[in-house]
Write a protein that binds this ligand. Structure first.
Ligand SMILES: *Cc1c(COP(=O)(O)O)cnc(C)c1O
Length: 474
């Protein structure tokens, strides 16, 4: 047997040397992103085969492994680029990576307060900050999840409890623009597919609350049990904000759980404009947020704010398990494992705590406010392009658009041509069955130049083809 390159318990110098090579690699990566294309070509077959190889018995040299990772990074979308306006970009703040490093290097378990009260206090400080930001009552708690999909599942299961054990006749209200994670959550929660009632939308993609009221009323008459209404505060496709105040009124009137999916749009609440657009969100029973979108963190970090934390413990309380007995503490800190599905998880809070404390909250407010302004700028630039179809001023930072008279194949071709040019990226969605294009501004590196470059690119491609005519059909 060959000598192992690295024992599990390494001496300080070996660990430091390893740390240095990774640090050098990351610095080189950050430098390279300045000139990287927003989208890399597909990986070569032999590279992919190499990446799929299993681990070796005897270990490998760090340089070899880092070269491997470098290969992996030269494919797909370059999420570090400010020119990406496809899907919902996040950014990946370098300081969040350092927070994650600190959290995992120090190896604290934050599921139970007694086991790491100090770490849990840090985790809880973020929870409290979020609850205060959204003017939640003192009974509220914010729980970290891996993302909005997981947070939505928690909210739906907590809301479903009001139906008791037999919930086949339960109904949840939402629009066709709601994120598919709600449907997934309903399926996992054991609700039948008819439990999701699709409320009609206005021409700009918001929930039609009059129609919702009529549906709820009718379902009740039919003996079904409406229990939740799910609004979206910034739809992923259109960036539309459902009328939160009116939906809160409906929820009050009919005794429904008022859920707000603010995965994309929620953190605009940190700005004055955003607070206006999201008015009514503070009346929610649950709010879903994604720091890995609106606070520019790397993937894997969502939040669920629940106005009445006891609705979560009713479902998820875990500290009663025999192996966890005698772990109570008199400290006024939560046992987070009682508020969600995960028992053992990472000290996720530090990933957000470090950037917030290091940069200061005002930096995030300023960048988000800038994004709202950039979206208005993009809207104005697009409105000048002949043949451009728009859906009114953006409420937040997603601008949906279309070209008059173009077929779906032509629109999809436009997205590909923009990508092939390699200066900026947008993506598609659907609204009322129709393919649309959309630009989402939510990367801390995105500038006015990126936005202008997108407008210029669109102008050039559209005028060379002609709106109302066909590029492919000739
Ligand atoms: C991204 C998104 C989700 C899903 O969030 P994940 O963090 O990817 O699980 C849900 N709702 C909306 C509005 C989103 O934009």
């Amino acid at each position: 047997m060959t000598k192992r390159l690295f024992p599990l318990d390494m001496d300080e110098d070996t660990l430091a040397a390893l740390n240095d090579s990774i640090d050098r690699f990351v610095r080189q990566f950050h430098r390279s992103t300045a000139t990287a294309p927003p989208r890399w070509p597909e990986p070569a077959a032999e590279d992919l085969a190499a990446l799929l190889k299993p681990p070796t018995e005897d270990g490998r040299a760090p340089d070899e492994l880092l070269a491997h990772i470098a290969t992996a990074l030269r494919s797909g979308i370059e999420w570090s680029s400010g020119s990406i306006m496809c899907f919902v970009p996040g950014g990946g703040l370098p300081t969040a990576a350092l927070g994650t490093y600190l959290a995992t290097a120090t190896n604290r378990y934050v599921g139970l307060a007694m086991l790491s009260p100090g770490a849990v206090a840090i985790e809880h400080s973020i929870s409290n900050w979020l609850c205060r930001e959204f003017s939640m009552p003192s009974s509220a708690i914010a729980t970290a999840t891996t993302g909005a999909s997981m947070a939505t599942l928690h909210a739906l299961v907590a809301a479903r409890q009001s139906l008791g054990g037999d919930f086949d006749d339960g109904v949840v209200y939402t629009t066709g623009q709601a994120h598919p994670c709600l449907r997934k959550a309903a399926f996992i929660a054991g609700l039948p597919s008819r439990a999701l009632a699709e409320v009609p939308m206005t021409d700009t993609g918001q929930m039609d609350t009059d129609a919702a009221g009529r549906m709820i009323h009718r379902h009740r008459e039919e003996g079904r049990r409406p229990f939740m209404i799910a609004a979206t505060a910034g739809t992923t496709g259109m960036g539309a904000v459902d009328p939160l105040g009116e939906i809160a009124d409906l929820a009050d009137e009919f005794g429904l759980w008022f859920h707000v999916d603010a995965a994309y749009g929620g953190f605009f609440h940190l700005t004055e404009t955003g607070r206006r657009e999201l008015a009514g969100i503070e009346r929610a029973d649950s709010i879903v947020l994604d720091p890995h979108k609106g606070l520019f963190l790397p993937p894997g970090y969502g939040y669920l704010i629940t106005a009445d934390a006891s609705r979560l413990t009713e479902v998820f309380s875990a500290s009663q398990a025999p192996v966890l007995a005698d772990l109570a503490t008199n400290l006024d800190l939560p046992d987070y494992c009682d508020f969600g599905l995960e028992l053992t998880r990472d000290w996720r809070g530090l990933r957000l705590w470090l950037p917030l404390h290091l940069h200061g909250v005002s930096v995030f407010r300023a960048v988000l406010d800038h994004h709202l302004q950039l979206a208005q700028r993009l809207y104005d630039r697009l409105a000048e392009i002949d043949g451009m179809v728009l859906w009114g001023r953006p409420a937040l930072s997603i601008v949906p658009f279309n070209v008059r008279g173009w077929s779906e194949a032509e629109l999809a071709g436009l997205v590909d041509r923009i990508a092939a040019e390699g200066r900026v990226l947008v993506s598609t969605s659907r609204f009322k069955g129709q393919l649309i294009l959309r630009a989402c501004i939510l990367h801390f590196r995105t500038t006015a130049e990126d936005v202008d470059r997108l407008a210029e690119t669109l102008q050039r491609f559209i005028s060379s083809t002609g709106a109302g005519r066909s590029a492919l059909r000739q």
